[in-house]
Write a protein that binds this ligand. Structure first.
Ligand SMILES: *Cc1c(COP(=O)(O)O)cnc(C)c1O
Length: 223
């Protein structure tokens, strides 16, 4: 049995030597895992941590505040919770509606949030219930984020759909990233790739890999 720190080192090496991997940012997704695991990864030099469930993420970020980690929120954002998430999450990967941008901007006087880095999430499935903006509305949302004083637009994020080859999904995603890049030239980052498909995501331009189980091991099941 390997430890999480050993798997982290192995994946880091794999990414560094993969085509297009040298400059990629590795975000280790630690949802469902205890703060102690995050601590173990931090002790092994990992700084970027991903979470997808509020308030679990909030509690971990608070408990580990002294480690000064960079927290990435990769889960679906709810309009009503968005401001709470943006208090502890430095990078928001899942902006998928203008209503969320409105919420992030709409604090009471004295309750301003720090400016946060943001990806616009695009839905690669035909199911509108999935997270992400539909491709037809991508430019409008990206323009809204780009113009927002609350956010700094980094680029586009997506999850490869089940039941489709990741290569075809990520090829489509690359065209969406280009569309956003055209209207926001500084938004050149692309958040894509998980434990099973990160190699393919890199080939299609991913700059931020969100890897969970390949490093953390299987997630503990919810009680
Ligand atoms: C859980 C999660 C990941 C990591 O998935 P693994 O398959 O465990 O690597 C990446 N992105 C998002 C949005 C997630 O929710």
């Amino acid at each position: 049995m390997s430890t999480a720190a050993e798997r982290l080192a192995a994946i880091r090496d794999e990414i560094a030597s993969a085509p297009y991997g040298a400059d990629a940012t590795l975000v280790v997704v630690t949802k469902f895992h205890p703060a102690s695991l995050v601590q173990e990864l931090a002790a092994a030099g990992q700084r970027d941590m991903g979470e997808s469930r509020h308030p679990e993420a909030r509690d971990k970020a608070a408990e580990l505040e002294s480690l000064d980690l960079t927290w990435h929120y990769v889960g679906q954002l709810q309009r009503k919770k968005a401001r709470q998430v943006a208090r502890y999450a430095h990078v928001l990967h899942s902006i998928d509606s203008t209503a969320i941008v409105d919420a992030l901007e709409g604090g009471e006087p004295g309750d301003e949030l720090p400016v946060r880095d943001a990806f616009v999430q695009v839905n690669l499935t035909d199911d509108p219930g999935r997270g992400g903006v539909e491709p037809a509305s991508l430019e409008a949302l990206a323009e809204r984020v780009e113009a927002s004083p609350a956010l700094r637009l980094l680029g586009v994020m997506a999850i490869a759909p089940l039941g489709e080859e990741p290569a075809s999904a990520f090829a489509r995603l690359a065209t969406y990233a280009d569309r956003v890049h055209r209207i926001a030239p500084t938004a050149r980052w692309l958040s894509a790739g998980m434990s099973q498909d990160w190699h393919v995501a890199l080939e299609h331009g991913a700059t931020h890999l969100r890897i969970g189980t390949a490093i953390t091991g299987e997630r503990p099941t919810t009680p």
